[in-house]
Design a protein around this ligand. Structure first.
Ligand code: KIV
Length: 255
């Protein structure tokens, strides 16, 4: 069996000029398929709230949801690095952040991810000091979508770029092994990537990041009612399901 990908492997990828491929999974068969297909990181993202649980955004996802989905995804992973998201309001202070991170590690996650830069430095430091590897997340923060009034592009002007670089540096200084950069202008993500030693993992942030992450449902067309503009689906699984079901219904009715 291949050895498992570690947080240190991901951290070193930047210096070794290896791009990092990351996707989401929330269940056993998807996690196993991604693991067998060679992805570096499997994220049990709180995007589960939107593409599986049918919520309008990620703010309704609970710790119980994340514990459940981390447990079942972990059963399918033997090689990739499994990371679990800390959901909305589950890391309001360092103590709570560490306790909830431990719950996700107890279910099989090897690392956790949380949203926020400078404002979350104390929580990130506490998690890392507790021996728990952490991936940061800056730029557009889906857990703040209600306050922000939508999924808006970040890093459009100089002040915005400098603020994002400060966020990235805070996450790095607090001990994160990598950082997601979500919906950030491509020139801005290029500058953040150049300013940090840890790998940047982009989503909707252009080609200059050190790796890419997508919600698997978007990549494979399994959430056909909405596809973000920056995604180019590689399959149409939703359409394949509809075709198969329509054929089954027709055969059944034909007797
Ligand atoms: O919840 C999620 O799936 C994420 C990634 C898309 C970055 O945070």
């Amino acid at each position: 069996m291949e050895r498992r990908v570690t947080p240190d492997d991901i951290r070193r990828a930047k210096a070794e000029r290896r791009k990092v491929a990351c996707l989401t999974a929330y269940d056993y068969p998807t996690a196993r398929l991604l693991d067998e297909s060679g992805v570096d990181v499997i994220l049990v993202g709180d995007s589960v709230g939107m593409v599986v649980l049918g919520h309008p955004d990620t703010t309704l996802v609970t710790m119980e949801d994340m514990v459940h989905h981390t447990r079942i995804a972990a059963r399918g992973v033997t090689r990739a690095l499994l990371i679990a998201d800390l959901p909305y309001r589950s890391y309001e202070n360092p103590k709570q952040a560490v306790e909830n991170s431990r719950r996700l590690l107890d279910e099989g996650a090897v690392a956790v991810k949380l949203e926020g830069g400078r404002s979350k430095r104390a929580e990130i430091e506490a998690i890392v000091e507790a021996g728990i590897p952490l991936m940061g997340h800056i730029g557009m923060l889906p857990q703040s979508v209600r306050e922000e009034g939508g999924y808006k592009l970040k890093g459009r002007d100089e002040a915005g770029v400098l603020a994002l670089i400060e966020d990235g540096k805070a996450v790095e200084a607090a001990g994160a092994f990598s950082v997601v950069i979500e919906i950030v202008a491509r020139e801005a993500s290029q500058r953040i990537t150049a300013a940090l030693d840890i790998p940047t993992i982009g989503i909707g942030s252009g080609e200059f990041c050190d790796g890419q992450i997508l919600v698997t449902h978007d990549l494979i067309g399994l959430f056909p009612w909405f596809t973000p503009k920056f995604v180019h689906p590689e399959a149409q699984v939703g359409a394949a399901i509809r075709d198969a079901v329509q054929r089954f219904v027709a055969h059944t009715r034909a007797g």
